[in-house]
Ligand binder design. Structure first.
Ligand code: 13P
Length: 336
């Protein structure tokens, strides 16, 4: 089992590459398609996946893709199952295994569902060729949140999830997302992020999760989206790396950020700036973006077959820029 996990880590922690999140639930995919005035059907969702996953050259910048259950059974325009297509071009298929958010005991906070029957589902995902998993927990920042109770509950569930996945031969991506919405300062975000990460790593240890065979997918330490005087790129990079260095064990192989509502340009610039700080980073630091990689592609595509090549070019361009950012070699949007 541990050999299987070690090999998966080798294949998804690759210098110059990152992970693509293409695991939008039906509800989220419907929202993305609605923004293009495209009706969401199983076929249009397949076309959306086809746009991104069959982009020529994806394997140059992307080493793993997180898929949504529906996509495992869908096929490319040429009739190949998506996970098989990815494996063929040398990209590791992974799967989102949480089942979304649910209100927590009548509070305004939410916890993540999906532990029931997880082991059985993993056996099915293995047959489809998936080798790693993702589970997302969310934390909102307000006067009263996140509460200690939700921080503890999410940490424990993330740890249980990670343990079950490792037992079934999957590398778990542990995703605690401190949401960007709100008027909070970057200082407040840092305080919450450290508290959340501390709880998560304490629980992972308690649950005996092998940290060297797991991946962290955190949000960045960043000002609230509606805050006045939002912190600049260098400051986001500096605070994020400081918080991570304080809490995240060195044996963790890789940190792959989510984009969380940042613009594609911001998400790339922030990652790049972390690599330009001149600090020694004990883990590989890369991306696992959804919106920041797919947004420009969806815009160029507009749900129209005749725009397929344009959409794919836009996606590959973002993937390439983020690949440069993992090496601190992104020069800004002039790069295009
Ligand atoms: P974003 O990069 O759009 O935040 O999505 C990442 C993700 O996988 C959320 O679970």
């Amino acid at each position: 089992m541990s050999e299987e996990l070690k090999q998966a880590i080798k294949d998804i922690v690759v210098v110059g590459k990152g992970i693509l999140a293409a695991d939008e639930s039906v509800k989220t995919a419907t929202k993305r398609l609605a923004s293009l005035n495209v009706e969401s059907t199983e076929e249009t969702r397949r076309q959306y996946r086809n746009l991104i996953l069959t982009a020529p050259g994806i394997e140059k910048y992307i080493c793993g893709v997180i898929l949504f259950e529906e996509t495992l059974k869908q096929k490319t325009d040429s009739g190949v199952l998506f996970p098989e297509h990815l494996a063929e071009v040398g990209v590791v298929p992974g799967i989102k295994v949480d089942q979304g958010l649910e209100d927590f005991n009548g509070t305004q906070e939410q916890y993540t569902k999906g532990l029931d029957g997880l082991g059985d589902r993993l056996e099915e995902y293995k047959k489809s060729g998936c080798r790693f998993t993702k589970w997302r927990a969310v934390y909102s920042i307000s006067e009263t949140t996140p509460s200690d109770t939700i921080i503890k509950k999410n940490a424990e569930d993330l740890a249980k999830y990670a343990k079950i996945c490792q037992e079934h031969g999957f590398v778990p991506i542990v995703e605690p997302e401190v949401l960007i919405d709100g008027t909070h300062s970057i200082d407040k975000c840092r305080e919450v992020t450290e508290k959340v990460l501390k709880a998560v790593f304490d629980s992972l240890k308690e649950e005996n999760v092998a940290i060297d065979l797991a991946i962290l997918k955190p949000s960045m330490v960043i000002s609230g989206k509606q805050a006045e005087n939002r912190a600049g790129v260098e400051e986001v990079a500096k605070r994020t790396v400081e918080a991570l260095k304080k809490i995240v064990p060195q044996e963790l192989p890789s940190i792959n950020f989510l984009s969380g509502g940042q613009s594609p340009e911001e998400a790339t610039a922030h990652l790049n700036a972390m690599h330009k700080l001149g600090e020694d980073l004990p883990w590989y630091v890369s991306f696992s973006y959804a919106r920041a990689l797919q947004g420009p592609a969806l815009k160029a595509w507009q749900g129209k077959q005749e725009n397929l090549a344009l959409g794919q070019e836009a996606f590959i361009n973002r993937a390439r820029l983020n690949s440069l950012a993992t090496k601190g070699e992104y020069l800004g949007e002039m790069e295009k």
